[in-house]
Design a protein around this ligand. Structure first.
Ligand code: SAH
Ligand code: SF4
Ligand code: F3S
Length: 456
């Protein structure tokens, strides 16, 4: 095939965007375009953007501003803006009307059609503006997996939840599950190709199957994937606390490969705020859920997302959040300042909280959580943990880095020059910190002898 132009992809946002970029890269490479990691060499630059908070949009718009200057000296440069930001009506209008140097405007529901859009832009010198209204499941797609050890797989697109602060249902559209056998086939092939860990992606994986015929749900999908030989670990992102079922907890308890890690975004510990957020659960229900998980799977880790400064959040509401953090004692929490998103109900609510108050609350929340995270990690000192090695540590390149099944990062020194990428290793933890564990290598499992955990 004749070599086509060089392209690069700039990505921000969640794992879903990361994976969409892996797919776009593979699709363009299949079409003959040449990948480059250096934007200066690229003749085509694709931005895969995020809209979840204003900061994410500012980052993308800043990058776009630089590209505008570059294009003044390089008029043939093709710029495509995809991802969630280009589907946020406010920014979309700016991109369509004002940012006329952008050649292609598409979004997370049509990313798999990028080769077609590019052809239109390059051959017919036409500006392509995609109007994404519905979502069709695009079927099996190729992907350039960034890691040689773990691979992501979409299981459900879109979101039907409409949490009152969130833009995602507007940018990614309604829920659409992929057929179970199609996911099975994809995961089976990835495992056969040597990927040991699979990350199943969806905004709410617990909704999986609701729109499919038959008795299919997320727990049944996990049970089916657990049977795949050659696979060591299965993870998923994100499960909504409202519909994390007993069947799901039982399935995970009985599975060998599904990791004992629950990411359950709490968002707020105040029932009043949870109601305003349209989250569909109370703090009591959330506490009941985490208790059930810990009774059934005592070694499980539980992590969360919290938003501070939602409209109307009083000091008392915020105290309820701090109180929940102390009661649940999460292994880790991602904490965010509430960011008004135009078009969502919360942006119009009364009692918007000032930036100063939000920042001050965030600092208190982070202080508390950092302390809890450290306290949760300390008992791991002098224990042996099982780690899937992902590669060299980014911060300490002389060391290796991997994760426990509970998703804790472990950094350790190797032996000789042995490449440990993709190896399952036993590590004795010497030092537990808030952000990672450090330890020493005790044993590297031979692949043919390695048997994932069984629990009854
Ligand atoms: N589908 C996932 C969340 C995806 S967005 C879920 O429901 O759990 C990831 C996180 O970003 C959310 O959990 C929330 O904590 C945060 N977030 C979403 N919208 C936000 C906003 N407008 N301002 C601040 N944080 C937000
Ligand atoms: Fe947003 Fe809520 Fe959907 Fe998560 S579940 S993507 S927070 S609307
Ligand atoms: Fe951002 Fe869209 Fe993901 S808004 S967080 S890239 S779903």
């Amino acid at each position: 095939m004749e070599a086509k132009a060089q392209f690069t992809i700039w990505t921000s946002g969640c794992q879903m965007n990361d994976h969409d970029s892996e797919i776009m890269r593979a699709l363009l490479e299949e079409d003959g375009y040449q990948w480059t990691s250096n934007p200066d060499n690229a003749e085509i630059i694709i931005l895969n953007t995020c809209s979840v908070r204003k900061g994410a949009e500012q980052k993308a718009l800043g990058f776009l501003g630089n590209l505008k200057h570059q294009k003044a000296n390089k008029p043939d440069l093709v710029i495509a803006v995809g991802g969630c930001m280009s589907q946020n009506p406010e920014v979309r209008e700016f991109l369509v009307k004002k940012a006329t140097f952008v050649n292609i405007i598409f979004g997370p529901r049509s990313y798999h059609q990028l080769p077609k859009f590019l052809q239109e832009a390059l051959e017919h010198k036409r500006r392509v503006i995609v109007d994404e209204t519905s979502i069709e499941s695009p079927g099996l797609l190729p992907a350039h997996h960034t890691s040689p050890v773990k691979a992501s797989v979409n299981i459900i697109y879109g979101c039907n939840n409409f949490c009152s602060y969130c833009i995602v249902p507007y940018t990614r559209g309604r829920e659409k599950s992929r057929p179970l056998e199609e996911i099975y086939k994809e995961v089976y092939q990835l495992a056969a190709d040597g990927y040991q860990e699979i990350l199943l992606l969806g905004q709410n994986v617990n909704s999986y199957g609701k729109d499919l015929p038959g008795e299919i749900n997320f727990a049944k999908l996990l049970a089916r994937l657990d049977e795949i030989p050659d696979l060591s670990r299965i993870r998923y992102m994100t499960s909504h606390p409202r519909d994390a079922s007993d069947e799901l907890i039982e399935t995970i308890a009985a599975s060998r490969k599904v990791c004992e890690h629950f990411h359950l975004p709490l968002q707020s510990g105040s029932n009043r705020i949870l109601e305003l957020m349209n989250r569909g659960y109370t703090r009591e229900k959330f506490l009941g859920l985490t208790k059930k998980i810990r009774e059934r799977i005592p070694e499980a880790s539980i992590t969360t997302d919290v938003i501070v400064g939602f409209p109307g959040e009083t000091e008392e509401d915020f105290h309820d959040t701090l109180d929940m953090m102390e009661q649940v004692r999460f292994d880790a929490a991602y904490t965010f300042l509430y960011s008004p998103r135009q078009g969502t109900p919360a942006a119009k609510m009364e009692g918007q909280v000032s930036r100063e108050v939000k920042k001050e609350r965030l600092a208190r929340l982070m202080d508390l959580q950092n302390q809890i995270t450290l306290e949760k990690n300390l008992p791991l000192e002098n224990q042996v943990v099982e780690v899937l090695v992902e590669g060299r540590s980014k911060r300490a390149p002389e060391c290796w880095s991997g994760r426990t099944r509970t998703n804790k990062i472990v950094v350790f020194e190797g032996i000789d020059d042995q490449d440990l990428t993709g190896k399952m290793a036993d590590i004795l933890v010497n030092c537990a910190r808030t952000w990672n564990l450090t330890g020493s290598l005790k044993k590297v499992h031979k692949k043919e002898e390695y048997v994932p955990l069984t629990r009854n």
